[in-house]
Design a binder for this molecule. Structure first.
Ligand code: ZN
Length: 56
């Protein structure tokens, strides 16, 4: 799978991760889940439509 950028709140850095799982959150939104390759903290990235830059 193509590498995706995740943000690790513990390292406070963006990480490029190639291995991640696709999950559906309780709200029904699709997200990607992985863990930081350095510290192991779980990282999520929402990929649903609501993630568009509307709120930014
Ligand atoms: Zn980390």
């Amino acid at each position: 799978m193509p590498a995706k950028i995740f943000y690790c709140v513990r390292c406070r850095e963006k990480k490029s991760v190639e291995k991640y799982d696709e999950i559906i959150m309780r709200s029904g939104m699709k997200a990607l889940k992985t863990s930081c390759p350095e510290c192991g903290t779980q990282m999520y990235r929402i990929v649903g439509k609501r993630h568009l830059k509307v709120k930014a």
